[in-house]
Ligand binder design. Sequence first.
Ligand code: ATP
Length: 655
Amino acid sequence: AIFLKSTETGDKIKWKAGEAVPYGALAAAFAEIEATTKRLVILEILTKLFVTVIERSPDNFLRVIYLCINRLCPDYEGLELGIGEGLLLKAIAQGTGRDMKVIKKDLEAKGDLGLVAIGSRAKQPTMFKPAPLTVPAVFKQLKEIADMSGNKSQDRKIGGIKKLLAASQNDEPKYIIRSLEGKLRIGLAERTVLVALAQSIVLTGAKKQKKRLDTEEMANEIARGTEVVKAVYSELPNYDLVVPALLESGIDGCRAACKLTPGIPLKPMLAKPTKAITEVLDRFEGKAFTCEYKYDGERAQVHFFATTPSTAPKTKLAVFSRNSENMSLKYPDLVEQVPRCIKPDVKSFVLDAEVTAWKKEEKDDKGEIHPARLLPFQELSRRKRKDVKAEDIVVKVKLFAFDLLYLNGEPLLHLDLEARRKLLREHFQPVPNEFDFATSQDCTTVEEIQTFLDISVKEGCEGLMVKMLAGEDATYEPSRRSMNWLKLKKDYLSGTGDSLDLVVIGGYYGKGKRTNVYGAFLLACYDADSETYQAVCKIGTGFSEADLDAHWSTFKPLELSSKKGYYDVGEAKPDVFYEPKVVWEVLTADLSLSPVYTAAKGLVDSRGISLRFPRFIRIRDDKDPDDSTSPEQIASMYRAQATTNKSGGKGEAED
Ligand code: ATP
């Protein structure tokens, strides 16, 4: 295998069975992957690496997987890389004895911190060759760095990074720095890692059992194994559990052992936008479907389960966000309320629901009664994200459950919505001002849907969710944006289209009255395949003075000394770039082809796509930058608009 040689020197990498995986082997595999864009070649390199790791150093396999996806633990544990540019520059300067000014210049020229690190290491005189880095050592050090917090943590982080740099050779510094930065940028998507994982387990399993399979049989086994591994991981997104189960008991054993487990959040099912009620009927005509209110709050996956020891089980309740972030500390009131909606026979469950801001029925001074009602999302977004104290809570919350994914030890994902909804209604009970089932109606005609949509909006909802109700298309599909769930927002019908969630990557200094703030911002979508942020528009309207002041305090500390290597901004020229941290929801009048911006370039045209007249709606702090709108979504919005308004994209966007 090629990855057993250093790509820089051509030297053989020493790695015997039973030894730790040399980090050089991983770096060499990364370099090979980076050098190609062919998905099948990437898959082959990775599968070969994985097979070798399983055969020689199976104990290291889990850590190899984590380093390939550039994570340190399951998402919901919240330990992340993504060290800021300033800190990395300092560490490279101090670690290699180069002047900060020179390093910054170098970064401007090379546009990639990883290359700056390699260049700086190469210029450094070394007395003796350091002992080769191993995968466990690098993983441990990265974890320690990510874990450091509190007093002097910045200095300690720099210390940790310097240690790693000092021990790194050849092109290792490049991948170490990029890992720390949070983006490997070798064109390796997580779904390719999952496929390589499945393939390597099937191949090593067949070898171990001395199974003689012909090419076709092997291809079938691999295809089946891949499907199983993907399905298992979408139910139980935790490599700590899935990888050991695969190593110990193979594909089928893992399928039997790894099921949806309360306490481990799964990625929620998502909906496709629709522009017209007729589109809903085109999709669902002749099939059973249901319409539900689309509440304007925050997605909440509520888990309830017994904790060990099993002799004296205690129950635990956890609330996870759309992003698998634990929100139990944000919603202590919800955690306290939920047990009251559970019927006595319920021992464990996973609910899919929306938490909303809620106002109880009130009598005013004149004795007039104001009925209970939903409050807009903004009321909810005022809450802190952590450490909310019961006495500080001003706005009450009410939970609206729309799905049941697990009940009393059994995953329900494979059941259809009708069956899941029946179980939900049988085992839970409405509690005034605290809990209810999502209001639903099984409509069949345009008129019925229109009437129900109008009522939902009058009651304070965003519109409707329309869902397949029965049959095999009505199962729960974790992490999928599915055609079996459509969203119908009132906004779409008025012609403005779906909103986009975009990352703020740059700023333009204000002019006139706005000289002390940024007057406009550069927004980008995220392409997971190339791990790049692609610029999509400049936005300068929709902000109040107070908004602009707040944005200044948010973005000033995120300013970068130069553009990130993974920002693909085309001709856009903001005054400053920022670390990619903040996601905004934005509405647009329409989308058009653009010679300036790069979003979705090559998907519908050789030009990119831009938003015309973008308008700021709100900050989406429940979304990570990597969860923002994708180029594919932007391309399909552009196409959908071209079919509804026959003139297509009107003109080109201006900077
Ligand atoms: P959006 O900006 O529309 O919330 P999104 O990308 O977060 O987009 P979508 O799948 O597009 O998610 O829209 C579904 C969202 O609507 C869910 O994530 C959930 O928070 C919310 N929601 C409100 N009511 C319902 C419901 N009855 N069924 C499903 N989701 C609902």
